[in-house]
Design a protein around this ligand. Sequence first.
Ligand code: HAM
Length: 471
Amino acid sequence: MPKQKTKVVKKKIVKIKTDKTKSRAESSAPSAGGKKAYSLLRGMHDILPKEEKYWKSAYHTAENLAEHFQFGRLETPILEEAGLFVRSIGKGTDVVDKEMYIFEDRDSNKVALRPEDTASVVRAYIMHGMWNMVQPVKMWYWGPMFRYDRPQAGRFRQFNQVGFEILGDADPVQDAELILIAHNFYKDLGLPVEIYINSIGVPEERQKYKTALVEYYRSKRSYLCDDCKQRLNKNPLRLLDCKQERCQPVKEEAPQIISWLEEESKNHFMKVLEYLDELAVPYVLKPTLVRGLDYYTRTVFEVYPVMGETEDATLGSQTALGGGGRYDLLVEEMGGKPAPAVGFSLGIERSVTAVKQYFDTKQLKFPVQQVDAFMAQLGDQARRRALKTMNELRASGLKIAYNFSKGSLKGQLEMANSLQVPYALILGQKEVQDGTIIIRDMESGVQEIVDQKKLENLLKKKLSRFDGERK
Ligand code: HAM
């Protein structure tokens, strides 16, 4: 087992700061006039236009990675039979016992809003006979999930996940490929992250480990918090998740699952780590990482944002951006032919918050999808011509911004400036009559009058000097 990595983490993990009062404030929208103004349900949130650049970037990054690593997009319904989640995620887990949006439809079927997508991916794999396809089958998804959780920082009742799953292959190289994708997702977004990793073995190994863990914790019962006393009987692995101060010394001395792994599980884990070393993906061995869903076997991992040494961040109450692992037994458990599998999901709300926070603290500008030019116009005739010209430029693949409600040229150029466009295109009465248009270099202020017919080619030629620099 590569040992040097255990001491990697000296950096601090960022605690994602979000407005804890928000969910309450949201439920009392100001009323404009005498009528009741509707607001959001608790734990729900709007994604506003000002957030769009981050969401777009996250989506494009995921889509590019999916294309590069050849994952096919799978879209499953938001509503599924409740039993699908109960059987896959497991009774006794928080997600199933406390957080499911579960209800009866008009035909008295028990249905649930999906709390995650892995169960649905497995259902789809079985239902569409995907085991007959060339294995492994690689799929990705993006969409809303629902958990009736207590709303707090980074925790919503409706949130979005992007996920990648590989079904039909037990090779540790698949685990490493997925961890690489998760790592690359944040790297491409400009956020440094660290991967926490562990192996929780197969059920027989885990059973023996649980017995040892319970025995150890029973001997320390009087030092434990009330929750842990309950976990001891209900779900002993969750003891390792406890964040309460008083339980930490007990946790630190607890037996580690790695000592209960047999040769095969140990080898699998070692290979994953070797691949990660090879790929230069930084990771931290985390013997207490067990994850909160029942279906995992062997590799489990979580992703955390990282800041530099100087940042004031709180260790201990970190929030995972995402997580995943192997689930070799789930396809069979859900009624399919046995097929080993591995996957992960990332929370988009938490990721966007962390990216924003990182860029703000470092005083960096988040790179936005850039606009090629701004169309400014003066006068009614010019506005009509501008609309037409803009439409033609759009059709040729250029991104053109405008604001026709601003009358003055000054106001329009100010907007062009704020959008950081390299060129403004200016149309006035005179230009409409002459069949010309002004191209203004926004950096130098130099203006050039050109024939409208030549505009597209000329603009593209000018923009080509930025090739590779602009998104
Ligand atoms: P999970 O750890 O339950 O795993 O969720 C993954 C991520 O979804 C979390 O790390 C977090 O960023 C986000 N998330 C979860 N609950 C909330 C919430 N209430 N509010 C905001 N964000 C949340 C899974 O869902 C597994 N399906 C991962 C997986 C895929 N394992 C194998 N394949």
